[in-house]
Design a protein. Sequence first.
Length: 196
Amino acid sequence: MRCTKCNTEVPSSYMKCPSCGQGFHGINTPSSFNKPSQNSSQRPANNQGASSHHTPNTALKIANLGARFFGSLLDTLIILLPFLLIGLLIGFWGGLLDEDDQITALKAQLIAMFLGILYEAVFLSSAWQATPGKRLLGLKVVDQNGLPISFWRASGRTAGKILSSILLIGYIMAFFTKDKRALHDLMAGTIVIKDK
């Protein structure tokens, strides 16, 4: 058959003319033939909308170092009394066993270190995404995409604070690194953000 618009010979099975886009059989009209090109021009906008679901790092509100310091101070005060009681119990038990004072002190330090890591890991990997001290100041610890972190990543971050504490170099790094990340944040791939 021939196209009624441009007179091109077109097989009868075609729904539109390949030359001018004229629709056949009352299905595709010239205006509807142009719609795919309009939709294709909108695709970049739709793709941009899809990519906006991934929160870029620049969209995260990075917590200031003062808030982080006071959050850590509050956590220290929260766990201080329980840790003192545990230390007294370990010392009392060591005295009953007539244990060397240095061994008793080492046991107390190791248990305190373990409980400190557990304290942070449990809270940072919880729905709060923060220890009680951080939560009171509206802070959260997230990964580099703004997503919650796992228990094991939180444990690694907290254990990394041991390295950060050496001459406080790891903490000083937060003044000079992007997103105010301390050494333990760089090791664990985490960021401390302001949630409120």
